[in-house]
Ligand binder design. Structure first.
Ligand SMILES: [Zn+2]
Length: 277
């Protein structure tokens, strides 16, 4: 607990207090399904699972090698099936399927859906960031590996909003800032490694992702990822999508009532910012 609190405080100090261009946020855990529909989570946030018909155990497909059950060795296995990783809970007095919320699977989405609130109350200009620390929940089918795969955990996330075109430079800059931060916490820089995620393995929202890896005694593991999320997030959650020049492939959103864009003071043009996370 003390180690985690120290880490959170050091992160908040460096990301929010020591920077003039970052606001802090503490948003809701309960998340409207529409938010996670437009974010792509309802479609993509799942693990393919395989059941063993003999010993009734369930495995992540990427943990099953050579079509054999890791538990009993049987080859009597089901085809992989997607398993939704998000927790649901009923909202309101009647427990039916029409009124539910998700427990947020990440803190990032509330940063995007609160973008206009922050903008309206602070008059920020690009570039600026919004940081949040809080609980996130994932219904992991096989929680294991110490704290690397658990159902309830805390995230520290910064979404940094930039002008399109400056995103690649800001991405590089943030990779360096984050590496330097870990060094400043006493982490041996020679134990850190940058992993440039190959194009074929990028998440659906990402133009580029660099994982900051640490050489633990048991092997190389990710400390954090720094991603160029383009205009996917604000573009997904904004209203009037067709009036805005959104470059990412987003779901058509007719339900949003917030314009998640910034207006340039000189030319009066509206821009959907790119995001470095
Ligand atoms: Zn089995």
């Amino acid at each position: 607990v003390e180690l985690k609190n120290n880490l959170k405080q050091a992160w908040w100090r460096a990301m929010v207090y020591d920077r003039d261009d970052v606001e802090g946020l503490d948003a809701a855990v309960l998340t409207h399904p529409q938010v996670l529909k437009y974010s792509g989570h309802e479609d993509t946030f799942s693990d393919p699972l395989i059941d063993c018909r003999d010993c009734k155990s369930r495995w992540r497909a990427d943990h099953v090698e050579s079509s054999r059950c890791p538990g009993c060795g049987s080859d009597n296995l089901t085809e992989p099936r997607p398993f939704n990783l998000m927790f649901k809970t009923g909202v309101g007095p009647v427990d039916d399927d029409s009124s539910f919320a998700y427990l947020r699977p990440e803190t990032a989405q509330q940063i995007f859906t609160n973008f206009k609130n922050v903008l309206d109350s602070t008059s920020r200009q690009l570039p600026f960031g919004i940081a949040q620390i809080g609980k996130a929940f994932r219904n992991e089918i096989t929680p294991r590996n110490f704290i690397f795969r658990v159902r309830e955990f805390e995230q520290m996330e910064l979404e940094f909003f930039v002008e399109p075109g400056t995103d690649e430079a800001w991405h590089e800059k943030w990779v360096q800032i984050r590496r330097d931060w870990w060094s400043s916490q006493g982490v041996d820089d020679s134990a850190l490694e940058l992993l440039h995620v190959p194009a074929g393995e990028l998440a659906h929202y990402s133009k580029a992702t660099v994982d900051l890896m640490y050489r633990f005694p048991h092997g190389l593991e990710e400390l954090e990822g720094i991603a160029n999320r383009t205009d996917f997030d604000l573009g997904s959650h904004t209203k009037n999508q067709s009036d805005l020049d959104i470059s990412a492939a987003v779901l058509p959103n007719t339900e949003s009532n917030a314009k998640l864009a910034v207006q340039n003071q000189q030319q009066k043009l509206w821009t959907v910012p790119y995001v470095i996370e």
